[in-house]
Design a binder for this molecule. Structure first.
Ligand SMILES: Cc1cc2nc3c(=O)[nH]c(=O)nc-3n(C[C@H](O)[C@H](O)[C@H](O)COP(=O)(O)OP(=O)(O)OC[C@H]3O[C@@H](n4cnc5c(N)ncnc54)[C@H](O)[C@@H]3O)c2cc1C
Length: 488
C-alpha cells in the first residue's frame, strides 16, 4: 500500500514514558507510527536537563518496576529494551521530626517499623502487605479498565480467583485499616509516603492503590546510573529501531476529527499528519484543548477532578567529596508535625549516587529536591509579581531539608537552580504545571479512573492522569493499555 509522507497508521502525542511505551508497542506490531513531541528530548516528567557540568533528573528520580515481577522488566523484555537497573537498599530514609525511619525493602523492615511505630501498628502493616501482594500480582498481568472490547478482554485475562479479595477494598481508604488512633509518627509517615506516591493522604487514598504505594520498597526500588531518563532514551531508541518516526519540537495543536472520528493531528505551524488512530499520551487537562468533541464530552468531569498539586523543585550540584560513596540515594524530610505536608514541609531528595559519572563533572553529585505545591498559589504569585519572593522562600525551606539530610551540603554546593509549576508547564506542556497524576482516591483510582478509551472513535488516552495512575510504572502500563486498544 502506498502512503503519503504525512500519512501514518497511528500518531502518538507526547514522548513521555507513556507515549513512548504505546508507540513502541505499535511500531513493533508493524504499524507506521509517528510520535510528536513538543520538547527537544524525550521523557517529559521523567526527563533530564544539563547545566554547568551536571545532569539532573527533572522530576522522577526513583524507579520501581525492575524486580522479578516488575512492569518495566516485563515490558522491556517484550519490547527488546535493555536497561541496566541496580537494586537500592534501603529504598529511602524518611526523616520525621526527631526520628529517621529507614525504608528497608528486605526483612529488616519488620524490625524497623516495630522500632519506629510499635506493636500497635503491626496489624496494619501486615494487612497492607497482603493487599499489596494481590494488587502487584494483578498489575503485572496488565489489566485495563473494561471500557471497550480490548479492555474487557485484558481485564478478564488478568483477573484470577485469587484476586477476588481485592473487591473488598473498593470504596475504602488506607485509613480504614490503620489503628483507630495512630501515633503522630505513624500517621505522618504514612501520609508523607502516600503524598509522593498517591498524591493524597491516608484518609483519602484508595485502599488497594495506597497499599501498593506503601509497598514500593518491598517490591524493589532501583537506580539507573545515568538517571531516570535512561528509560525514555532506551524506549525512543527501541521505537526507532522498530521503524517508528519521532519528531521533536513538534507540538500538536489540534486532533483533527472528520465524520465523527479521528483523522489526524495538526501542528501549530499548520502541518497536518493523517492517521485513523491517535493516542494522546499527555495529561487529560492538556488533551482537552486539542480536541473539541472530547472537550464537549469531558469538560465538566475534568474540571471537577481533585488535582491541585504541582512541584517546586531545586536542582543542586555538589562538589566531589561532599557525598560519601555509600550515602543513601533517596530521602524524604518532614520538617514539622504541626504543618500540613507539602509546600516545603515534605521534601523528597535524591542524589545521583556513586559511579554516576555522566551525572556530574569530576565525580560531584547532582541532587534533585522536590515538594508538592498548590498550583493556584503560584498562579497568584505570578499575577501579583511576587514570584521571586515565593521562590526564595521555598528555596530556603528545601535547602534546610538538604542540610538536615546532609549537614555541610550548603558549603559544598556549587550550583543551584529552582523550578516551579510554571517551569513544568513550559517544558512539559502540563496544563497549569499540574504533575504527578490524579490523587488516587476511591473515586478516581482503579474502577473510577479515566481509562484508555474516549468518546471519540479512534482516539485513545494514556499517561499519568489515566489508569492506573502516576509513576513511570503507571505511565508504562497506561501506554501499553492504549496501544492494545489501538491494535484491537
Ligand atoms: C517532581 C516530580 C517527581 C516525581 N518523582 C517520581 C519518582 O520518583 N518515581 C516515579 O516513578 N515517578 C515520579 N514522578 C511521576 C512521573 O514522572 C510521571 O508520572 C511520569 O513520568 C508521567 O509520564 P507521562 O508519559 O504520563 O507524562 P509526561 O512525562 O508529562 O510526558 C508527556 C510528554 O508529552 C509532551 N507533550 C505535551 N503536550 C504536547 C503536545 N501538545 N504536543 C506534543 N507533545 C506534547 C511533553 O513535552 C512530554 O514529553 C514524579 C513527577 C514529578 C513532576
Amino acid at each position: 500500500m502506498l502512503h503519503s509522507s504525512n500519512s501514518y497508521d497511528a500518531i502518538v502525542i507526547g514522548a513521555g514514558v507513556a507515549g513512548l511505551t504505546a508507540a513502541t508497542v505499535l511500531a513493533k506490531r508493524d504499524l507506521r507510527t509517528l510520535v510528536l513531541e513538543r520538547h527537544n528530548v524525550p521523557g517529559g516528567c521523567a526527563s533530564f536537563y544539563q547545566r554547568d557540568g551536571y545532569r539532573f533528573d527533572v522530576g522522577a528520580t526513583l524507579v520501581g518496576g525492575f524486580g522479578a515481577r516488575g512492569v518495566h522488566r516485563l515490558l522491556n523484555a517484550l519490547l527488546d529494551i535493555d536497561v541496566s537497573a541496580e537494586p537500592i537498599e534501603p529504598a529511602m530514609i524518611v526523616h520525621l521530626p526527631g526520628v529517621a525511619v529507614v525504608r528497608y525493602g528486605d526483612e529488616r523492615w519488620r524490625a524497623e517499623r516495630m522500632r519506629a511505630f510499635g506493636p500497635a501498628a503491626e496489624g496494619f502493616w501486615q494487612q497492607q502487605e497482603r493487599i499489596a501482594d494481590l494488587a502487584w500480582d494483578l498489575s503485572t498481568r496488565f489489566p485495563a479498565l473494561p471500557q471497550d472490547p480490548a479492555g474487557i478482554v485484558a481485564l478478564a485475562s488478568a483477573v484470577r480467583p485469587r484476586h477476588l479479595p481485592l473487591l473488598a477494598t473498593l470504596g475504602r481508604s488506607v485509613a480504614s485499616i490503620m489503628p483507630a488512633e495512630p501515633s503522630r509518627a505513624l500517621r505522618t509517615f504514612v501520609d508523607a509516603q502516600l503524598l509522593i506516591t498517591a498524591q493524597t493522604d491516608a484518609r483519602r487514598a484508595s485502599l488497594a492503590y495506597g497499599c501498593t504505594a506503601l509497598d514500593l520498597a518491598r517490591e524493589g526500588t532501583f537506580h539507573l546510573r545515568d538517571g531516570v531518563s535512561t528509560l525514555s532514551m532506551a524506549l525512543a531508541r527501541a521505537f526507532r529501531r522498530a521503524g517508528g518516526t519521532l519528531r521533536y519540537l513538534a507540538a500538536a495543536d489540534e486532533i483533527v476529527i472528520s465524520r465523527g472520528r479521528v483523522a489526524g493531528v495538526r501542528l501549530h505551524d499548520g502541518t497536518h499528519f493523517a492517521a485513523p488512530k491517535v493516542v494522546a499520551a499527555i495529561p487529560i487537562q492538556s488533551a482537552l484543548p486539542l480536541c473539541r468533541p472530547l472537550r464537549l464530552r469531558l469538560h465538566a468531569k475534568v474540571a471537577a477532578l481533585p488535582q491541585r498539586y504541582g512541584a517546586f523543585t531545586l536542582y543542586c550540584g555538589l562538589r566531589p567529596g561532599v557525598v560519601a560513596a555509600d550515602f543513601a540515594t533517596h530521602h524524604q524530610v518532614v520538617a514539622s508535625y504541626d504543618e500540613a505536608l507539602g509546600e516545603g514541609n515534605s521534601v523528597f531528595i535524591s542524589f545521583s549516587g556513586a559511579g554516576a559519572l555522566r551525572r556530574a563533572r569530576n565525580g560531584g553529585t547532582a541532587v534533585t529536591l522536590s515538594t508538592h505545591t498548590d498550583v493556584a498559589r503560584w498562579e497568584r504569585a505570578y499575577r501579583d509579581g511576587r514570584v521571586g519572593e515565593l521562590r526564595a522562600a521555598y528555596t530556603t525551606r528545601l535547602l534546610a531539608a538538604l542540610e538536615r539530610v546532609l549537614p555541610g551540603a550548603g558549603a559544598g554546593r556549587e550550583f543551584c537552580e529552582a523550578g516551579d509549576p510554571h517551569t513544568f508547564e513550559r517544558f512539559t506542556g502540563r496544563s497549569r504545571g499540574l504533575v504527578g497524576g490524579l490523587p488516587q482516591t476511591p473515586a478516581t483510582a482503579t474502577l473510577g479512573a479515566l481509562g484508555h478509551a474516549t468518546p471519540v472513535a479512534g482516539l485513545f488516552l494514556c499517561g499519568d492522569t489515566s489508569f492506573p495512575g502516576q509513576s513511570t510504572v503507571g505511565a508504562s502500563l497506561s501506554g501499553y493499555a492504549a496501544a492494545r486498544a489501538c491494535l484491537w
